[in-house]
Design a protein around this ligand. Structure first.
Ligand code: GSH
Length: 209
């Protein structure tokens, strides 16, 4: 029985979990849902907060991207997405937690949404929101550049779940002028992004169009 992933195709977290499956070679049934439908009772039954992704495998139902990635990694064979060393495993958790708590808000809700869902009268980018995100993004890019020597992976020289959370946000901010400039001006982050481009399982899960 194939695992099922429900999600808005353009979501960064949906990219994360589909990438975990793609890199491991797990055949999943991806069921795209339309924006708005994730707040309907049918989806709330899968995810009590009406978010994406939601996941099912046999009798198991899960929400929260990190839980889904962890399950895919442990239940299926293929490339391991978690280190074995306890300290390195804790580092993966540290990065995932930091990305969720300190990067997703400024990168997605403020910066990217400031361009794509500006909510301004004339539909022009919301400069106030975009500008407000810049200090946090600069801070993040500095930290990442220090922690990605020579474009290595975030933890322990192997691609891990931490990279699957970071990658979609980096590609997301890179699409817009300030984010693109921040990534290209941090050479280790740029090399890291190139490294992700060379991962077909990761890139194959990217939103299309
Ligand atoms: N903590 C959740 C976050 C999920 C999340 O925020 N997903 C976003 C899409 S990237 C979403 O569902 N947004 C729609 C909404 O909040 O209405 C996870 O790790 O899966």
């Amino acid at each position: 029985m194939k695992p099922v992933i429900w999600g808005l195709p353009q979501s960064s977290y949906v990219w994360t979990v589909r990438a975990a499956a793609g890199i491991k070679g797990v055949d999943v049934d991806f069921r795209p849902i339309r924006a708005g439908d994730h707040k309907k009772p049918e989806h709330i039954a899968r995810h009590p907060w009406g978010k994406v992704p939601a996941f099912e495998h046999g009798d198991l139902r899960l929400w929260e991207s990190v839980a889904i990635c962890q399950y895919l990694d442990e239940e299926f064979g293929g490339r391991q997405l978690m280190p074995t060393d306890p300290g390195q495993r804790a580092k993966v958790t540290q990065w995932v937690s930091s990305i969720n708590d300190y990067l997703y808000g400024p990168a997605v809700l403020q910066y990217i949404f400031g361009y794509i869902f500006p909510g301004t009268e004339d539909g022009s980018p919301d400069r106030a929101r975009i500008d407000a995100a810049q200090p946090a993004l600069k801070h993040w890019l500095g930290i990442l550049d220090e922690n990605l020597p020579n474009g290595e992976w975030l933890v322990g020289g192997q691609l891990t779940i931490a990279d699957l959370f970071l990658g979609p946000l980096l590609f997301g901010i890179s699409q817009f002028p300030e984010g693109g400039e921040l990534v290209t001006s941090h050479t280790n982050v740029l090399a890291y992004q190139q490294r992700l481009l060379g991962e077909p399982g990761f890139m194959g899960a990217a939103p299309q169009g």
